[in-house]
Design a binder for this molecule. Structure first.
Ligand code: PEP
Ligand code: MG
Length: 351
């Protein structure tokens, strides 16, 4: 299997096998060198600390977080807790699932995303209607805000689990200020209930929002005033900005982070967050793109969250750039007119 080029060879020729083995050995050497970064501070070449975190789907991913020396978790996709159940998971079941994760990673921060069910992630027991365009349909926060009991079950479980570690909470698929305010209001309602019940909770739980829709990009300044942090979800943001489904091979040339429209969106989000004094992170796959990382540093991204195997490589890339060098590259990238031009520029500058 040639994972770099997404190819599987059933009966490779000896020459092909030889070249793939060579590539594998080179990769193993690189991996071995990267191990030396473990335990070291994670900074740019001119000393700015950057968080490199992991994305997880549950307790089974915690080992990889530790093995790859991630500073924390920037995205815990809680919908996997729902996908692993045959019926609605109870508050106690969810409490245990969240508690195990935050407790085993404490004092590291764990950013938990509330349920992002719908579209490509569905469960039969929710009995969601068939939709022609599920990615633009009834999903994520839209479900949570209309099925308040369902949402409250999760939020109560999260607040209870927050007592056992360092938890932040964020909401997916936000498209308006009202949605963010309503989600925060339900969270506060749960907090008040649990306080009245005498349940212990974490003290300083930060509340943030994912920025993964063009609507959120355009009102990023208003959203920033209402939350503690942003986490950019490029997987959805690229798709919704370019109107290109991430799973559709026919138009995959449009599904690229290098398009000027996407780059300008990223800059706008990060700068809006920085201006409002809130932390801006990224948990979409683009955070693990070594070509993009210098631009994100230039604009002020503070937290990069990715699948665990990419962490050490990202730390290496980040350590090779100064802010001034990133700024120079970012300026050139924004002056490009096409995605191909941007990509060629970033490739020529790659370290
Ligand atoms: C994203 O959209 O970038 C993201 C992290 O969320 P998901 O991939 O789970 O939709
Ligand atoms: Mg998403």
């Amino acid at each position: 299997i040639d994972g770099y080029n997404a190819c599987v060879y059933v009966d490779p020729t000896p020459d092909l096998l030889k070249s793939l083995k060579k590539r594998q050995q080179e990769d193993q050497k690189k991996q071995a060198l990267l191990q030396e970064l473990k335990g070291k501070p994670n900074t740019t070449l001119d000393g700015k600390t950057i968080n490199v975190f992991a994305n997880i789907g549950g307790m089974s991913d915690v080992g990889a977080v530790q093995q790859n020396d991630a500073g924390g978790v920037g995205l815990f996709r809680t919908e996997f807790v729902y996908l692993n159940c045959k019926d609605f998971p109870t508050e106690d079941y969810q409490f245990e699932a969240y508690k195990q994760v935050v407790e085993s990673l404490a004092p590291r921060k764990v950013v938990v995303r509330t349920c992002d069910i719908g579209a490509d992630k569905t469960v039969d027991y929710m009995k969601l209607d068939h939709e022609d365009n599920p990615a633009l349909g009834y999903r994520a926060i839209r479900i949570c805000l209309t099925r308040k009991d369902f949402f409250k079950t999760q939020l109560r479980a999260l607040l209870r689990a927050s007592a056992y570690g360092n938890m932040s909470i964020m909401f997916p698929m936000i498209t308006s200020l009202r949605e963010l305010q309503d989600a925060k209001a339900v969270l506060e309602e749960c907090r008040a209930e649990l306080t009245a019940e005498g349940v212990k909770m974490g003290q300083n739980i930060e509340v943030g929002t994912m920025i993964e829709t063009p609507a959120a990009v355009l009102i990023a300044d208003e959203l920033a005033a209402e939350c503690d942090f942003f986490s950019i979800g490029t997987n959805d943001l690229i798709g919704y900005t370019m109107c290109a489904d991430r799973g559709n091979d026919t138009i995959s040339n449009l599904y690229q982070v290098y398009y000027p429209a996407v780059l300008r969106s990223l800059k706008n989000i990060i700068e809006s967050g920085v201006k409002a004094g809130i932390m801006v992170g990224m948990c979409g796959e683009a955070a693990a793109d070594p070509l993009l990382e210098p631009l994100l540093i230039s604009w002020g991204l503070e937290e990069f969250s990715m699948s665990a195997p990419s962490i050490l490589r990202a730390r290496k890339t980040i350590s090779q750039w100064t802010k001034a060098e990133c700024d120079e590259l970012a300026e050139k990238a924004l002056a490009c007119n096409t995605a191909a031009e941007v990509k060629a520029l970033l490739e020529s500058a790659a370290r």
